[in-house]
Design a protein around this ligand. Structure first.
Ligand code: SF4
Length: 364
């Protein structure tokens, strides 16, 4: 694994007194810390390439517009009724397929120090809907654990969610940054999940992330500490010998992980908005991702042909079901026909998928 490198951390004076900011200052060993307003910071980076610069520079600031919100999903695809809260925007890892490249245009990664209003909103929303069960994740605009050694955010989030009986927190990562989680006393409504891909893809298309083995060994430690696990085979990528490569990922999982501790596994094939191809080709000239044939789907994203997607999904789901029949599998952004043909399930909308999740969680 190539180590993440952070050059500078800028602290917005308005964020200086927050616990998260103090944690960052305490833990930022060897990283230059500069106090500056967001305007000054943005001005000083005027001539830099935003995405590359945001991988090296952080800004700790406040966000007054945050909300608990439903994962946006995409048109024509079955959504899984997931809620997200964003503790920041930007990521030190560099994945060739990352959608942040397409829209994030600030030269720094943002970490929001003010959590209280957001957590209050989670508390109010879950209390107002006591019969509903919420799955809430932090990994939409960043990696959930990439900065945890700096922020110690999990030491706030995990105890907070442990007090909420009708919500489950998912921390989604490609890191091995689990030290804080191992120290926290927790109940069983926190799921720690890893995205998985063969090491050959990690080497070329998931830069600075933990290796496959590091991810799975971290998951094993988290399992042994009593947390629930989840995995995401997403994006599944058609590389040479893809069956053999993905089978070897599943075999490493089998060696280290008790399938009973897995709460869910998602499957999703590589997809991208057409406008992102240019950025991917420019930033990752050696990646094979955009070569080959892709078709425009009803949600405006390019995907592999449906027959190929079906073949990949059938292969991976068969392998996983052979390992453990009752593993809960779902698709991230696929149509109802694929659900029916591969998983023999027929959800009409996000409410049906939500019911499936709730059944699988309550049967544990
Ligand atoms: S880990 Fe996630 S958020 Fe970070 S670069 Fe990769 S895809 Fe983007």
């Amino acid at each position: 694994m190539q180590e993440i490198k952070i050059d500078k951390i800028f602290i917005d004076p308005a964020a200086a007194d927050y616990k998260l900011t103090k944690n960052i200052v305490k833990n930022a060993k060897g990283i230059e810390i500069i106090t500056a307003t967001p305007e000054k910071v943005l001005d000083s980076f005027r001539n830099y390439d935003s995405i590359d610069s945001s991988k090296l520079n952080l800004m700790v600031t406040l966000d007054h517009g945050r909300q608990l919100k439903r994962c946006p999903g995409t048109r024509g695809m079955i959504c899984c009724n997931y809620f997200v809260i964003n503790q920041g925007v930007g990521c030190p890892f560099d994945c060739s397929y990352c959608f942040l490249q397409d829209f994030y245009n600030l030269p720094v990664t943002l970490i929001y120090a003010n959590l209280d209003d957001l957590l209050m909103e989670v508390k109010e929303h879950t209390t107002r809907n006591p019969c509903k069960f919420f799955r809430i994740g932090t990994g939409e605009m960043t990696d959930s654990l990439a900065f945890d050694n700096l922020t110690e955010l999990t030491k706030i989030l995990v105890p907070f969610f442990n007090e909420i009986s009708n919500a489950m927190l998912e921390l989604k990562t490609k890191s091995k940054n689990i030290e804080n989680l191992l120290e926290i006393k927790h109940s069983n409504n926190v799921v720690v999940s890893w995205s998985l891909n063969p090491q050959s893809i990690i080497d070329t298309d998931e830069l600075f992330t933990a290796s496959l083995e590091e991810r799975i060994i971290s998951a094993e430690k988290i399992q042994n500490a009593g947390y629930k696990l989840a995995f995401h085979f997403d994006p599944l990528i058609l590389i040479k010998n893809w069956k053999k490569e993905y089978l070897s990922v599943i075999n490493i999982l089998k060696k280290h992980i008790n399938p009973e501790s897995i709460q869910w596994i998602s499957l999703g094939t590589f997809r991208y908005k057409p406008g992102m191809k240019k950025t991917m080709d420019m930033r990752f000239p050696h990646s094979i991702l955009t070569s080959g044939e892709h078709v425009l789907s009803q949600d405006g994203k390019m995907r592999y042909f449906k027959e190929l997607r079906l073949e990949i999904y059938k292969y991976i789901s068969d392998q996983l079901k052979n390992w453990h029949e009752s593993i809960f599998l779902y698709f991230c952004m696929e149509d109802s026909d694929i659900w029916e043909k591969v998983l023999k399930k027929n959800p009409r909308n996000f409410k049906d998928v939500d019911i499936m999740f709730q059944k699988s969680i309550s049967s544990d």
